[in-house]
Design a protein around this ligand. Structure first.
Ligand SMILES: *[C@@H]1O[C@H](CO)[C@@H](O)[C@H](O)[C@H]1NC(C)=O
Ligand SMILES: *[C@@H]1O[C@H](CO)[C@@H](O)[C@H](O)[C@H]1NC(C)=O
Ligand SMILES: *[C@@H]1O[C@H](CO)[C@@H](O)[C@H](O)[C@H]1NC(C)=O
Ligand SMILES: *[C@@H]1O[C@H](CO)[C@@H](O)[C@H](O)[C@H]1NC(C)=O
Ligand SMILES: *[C@@H]1O[C@H](CO)[C@@H](O)[C@H](O)[C@H]1NC(C)=O
Length: 320
């Protein structure tokens, strides 16, 4: 009970101190103009008016004569401050007496000049698996308040750092922070849980890398297969040609002239246009520009030759 009374007394004291300008009555932005009002109606021409800045008299009018005039006072008696400086922060007191010196009004106002927040705040985010942590920062963080907006609606959080449960968030949820002081505020850009984006990006980058990598390897394998097949075929062809040449020689030795009949009598004209060597090639066929051995199909450039087929059937026989 005593504690409560003490708190109450302290609270009262606090209020009375603030009334005596422990707190700022007005917050004004640096560089602005401000008029401290004289809250006294019917100021008459012959009234005595004194404005003090702290203990220094800045304006004094008595018996309709301005005696001190370092600050402009309007006809209504309010103090006109122009282009406020930090040094204009002060307790301003005013006294009004009538022409006979009778007390009419006394007042005290505390003016606080502060800088506007000029820079836009920036949100630093950390989006882990379970929670989203956002930190709002601004260039001059002195005496600023923080407020958070989720989907443009103000939240109740007012700390520099906001921590949200990821389970309660939608991927479309946006956050922004409002940094303010008594004379200004600045909003950050909207931010989403950025790791989702990053993860998505990584995923697609991975897919792209895998796709191109896989494609390249596939192409490489295909090229290799084609090369190997061609080389095998060429070797085979050469072997056959050599064999044929040998046969031809043998036949020529047996029945000297008629060299043209020899290839025709054989099953196929095994020859390449390039390495026809020293035997005359068979007459050109009407169908193909490049004569090929019959067992190799026209599409042999893309596919391996049908050579493996008999081999395939052989193991099947073995298994059954
Ligand atoms: C303050 O008042 C002066 C003169 O009365 C004027 O030139 C100036 O633009 C005003 N400044 C602001 C910020 O309103
Ligand atoms: C206050 O002094 C300035 C010059 O410093 C003058 O221009 C102005 O008229 C004076 N104001 C009054 C109310 O006398
Ligand atoms: C105004 O006066 C109070 C005490 O009466 C003091 O605590 C406060 O600092 C003063 N304010 C300024 C801006 O000088
Ligand atoms: C993000 O938060 C996680 C866990 O909350 C922490 O381990 C990590 O260090 C933080 N990363 C950054 C860059 O702050
Ligand atoms: C930002 O905060 C200030 C001070 O609380 C308030 O006046 C202003 O309306 C807020 N702005 C928005 C967009 O919420």
């Amino acid at each position: 009970m005593r504690g409560i009374v003490l708190i109450f007394i302290l609270y009262w004291y606090g209020i009375s101190v603030s009334n005596a300008c422990g707190k700022c009555t007005f917050y004004v932005a640096l560089g602005d103009n401000f008029s401290i009002p004289l809250e006294h109606k019917n100021l008459r021409e012959h009234d005595e008016l004194i404005w003090k800045k702290n203990s220094e008299t800045v304006y004094k009018k008595k018996k309709n004569r301005v005696q001190i005039n370092t600050t402009v006072v309007s006809s209504s008696g309010s103090l006109q401050l122009i282009d406020l400086k930090m040094t204009d922060s002060a307790n301003y007191s005013v006294e009004v007496h009538d022409k006979n010196g009778a007390f009419l009004k006394e007042d005290r106002k505390c003016l606080c000049v502060i800088e506007k927040i000029l820079s836009k705040p920036h949100i630093q985010s950390n989006c882990s698996k379970s929670k989203l942590t956002l930190t709002c920062s601004v260039k001059k963080p002195n005496n600023v308040k923080y407020a958070w907006l989720k989907n443009k609606k103000e939240m109740k959080e007012n700390t520099k750092t906001l921590i949200e449960d990821k389970k309660k968030l939608k991927s479309s949820d946006t956050f922004s922070c409002n940094v303010s002081n008594e004379v200004s505020y600045q909003m950050s850009d909207d931010i989403k849980c950025p790791d989702d984006k990053l993860l998505g990006l990584d995923f697609w980058v991975m897919v792209a890398i895998l796709a191109t990598g896989g494609g390249l390897i596939l192409i490489l394998i295909l090229v290799l297969v084609v090369c190997v097949c061609r080389r095998l075929k060429q070797n085979k062809d050469r072997e056959r040609e050599e064999e044929e040449l040998r046969l031809m020689h043998m036949r020529q030795q047996a029945h000297p002239p008629r060299p043209q009949e020899a290839p025709r009598s054989h099953t196929a004209p095994y020859t390449h246009p390039q390495n026809g060597e020293d035997y005359t090639p068979p007459p050109p066929r009407p169908r193909g520009k490049r004569p090929r051995p019959p067992p190799v199909p026209v599409t042999d450039e893309e596919k391996p030759p049908p050579r493996p087929k008999p081999r395939q059937s052989a193991p099947r026989h073995n298994r059954t």
